[in-house]
Design a protein around this ligand. Structure first.
Ligand SMILES: Cc1ncc(COP(=O)(O)O)c(C=O)c1O
Length: 368
């Protein structure tokens, strides 16, 4: 049985008519950049997360960059970020000319450890980016209170956590704003690149609206230097169609996670992910920990089961950040994780039989 890591085709086939119609609608209206389809998606995405405002952009990286830029992060500023995240999180800080200050994660949930945040602060610290890694919210109450106590900004990187909840509230507006990615493989994925920012702050929203479109709020009148971070009409229309299914797909992912936990329960060498009390994890990724990770990955691949590693090298050890001089050993938990983590196939259309098969092969590997 061949099991892909992701199956975007299966999802498309389940909503083919709706998606095809939406794409045709954009072409019929020639609404290719921003326009009514993007606007409709922005409104619905904000409502789904109980946020006041949403700005559709052309990637999650642009969302992070635009948010930090509009919040005034710049040269000589420092922004605290987890060492274990996708590279785009610290990269957005660097794009603003500021310095990412890495912090180690906690070992149970893999998210930034609030206890390490204050230690990493200096008088240059302007913000913290809390990443809801793999779809599990970070410890937002603790992080928010540290941010408030120290008068610094909190930004959420929600790229992997659409519709996730922290103590009953959707993530995205616990701080100044929340940045999302709609990269095709995400829980809510575009058919190309896209991203968005949620905020309840009208002034920040207006700034981001202008910066997204060459510093202008009226065509050909430019009040400041901005960029072209506009979302495409086709992406807005497709995302609006897919958003209607997202609650159902999210529940399906959560059920798949429970099935993995059930079928892997007796495999002692595999540590399955646990949910932090009071959060709704949306399982963008189902990440287990295994000592013989590389051998297991190869064994599964030989059996046509495809897995991923998110991420093999923590950010502080990336060549791009060698200039920060944080050698191996600086963040031991993130580094150990990078050697042991394995992302198993996870998507709403995965069947129980497939999960049983993957679990069975993992058990076989550990027996042999
Ligand atoms: C945690 C995190 N932040 C930011 C991004 C960047 O998003 P994009 O790929 O849409 O630019 C991603 C996407 O992989 C991500 O996983």
């Amino acid at each position: 049985m061949k099991i892909n890591f992701l199956d975007l085709k299966a999802q498309y086939l389940s909503i083919k008519n709706e998606v095809d119609e939406a794409i045709q609608g954009v072409i019929n209206n020639t609404a290719f950049a921003l326009g009514p389809f993007v606007k409709s998606f922005e409104e619905n995405f904000a409502t789904a997360h109980k946020a006041e405002y949403c700005i559709g952009v052309n990637s999650g990286t642009s969302a992070l960059h635009l948010a930090l830029w509009a919040l005034g992060i710049g040269k000589d500023d420092e922004v605290i970020v987890p060492a274990n995240t996708f590279f785009a999180t610290p990269e957005a800080v660097s794009l603003c000319g500021a310095k990412p200050v890495f912090v180690d994660c906690e070992s149970d949930y893999f998210n930034i450890n609030p206890q390490n945040i204050e230690r990493a602060m200096t008088d240059r610290t302007k913000a913290i980016i809390a990443v809801h890694l793999y779809g599990q919210p970070a410890q937002l109450i603790e992080i928010k209170s540290i941010a408030e106590k120290n008068n610094i900004l909190l930004i959420e990187d929600c790229a992997q956590a659409h519709l996730a909840e922290y103590k009953g509230s959707p993530i995205g507006t616990f701080g100044a704003c929340g940045c999302f990615s709609f990269y095709p493989g995400k829980n809510l994925g575009a058919y190309g690149e896209a991203g968005a920012i949620l905020t309840n702050d009208k002034e920040l929203y207006m700034k981001m609206i202008a910066l997204r479109d060459h510093g202008s709020s009226q065509k050909y009148y430019h009040d400041c230097i901005g960029h072209n971070y506009r979302m495409e009409g086709i992406q807005g229309a497709i995302l609006d169609v897919k958003l209607k299914h997202l609650h159902e797909w999210t529940e399906s992912r959560r059920k798949k996670a429970d099935l993995y936990r059930k079928y892997l329960a007796d495999v002692k060498d595999v540590v399955v992910p646990i949910e932090m009390p009071g959060v709704k994890h949306v399982y963008h990724l189902f990440v287990v920990r295994v000592a013989q990770r590389n051998d297991l990955q190869k064994y599964l691949q030989d059996n046509e089961i495809y897995t991923g590693i998110h991420y093999p090298i923590p950010c502080h050890l990336q060549k791009a950040y060698a200039f920060l001089h944080q050698p191996k050993g600086t963040f031991p938990i993130a580094e150990k994780m990078a050697d042991e983590i394995l992302s198993l196939p996870m998507y709403a259309e995965l069947t129980e039989k497939e999960i049983q098969f993957v679990s069975h092969k993992i058990r076989d590997f550990h027996k042999s």
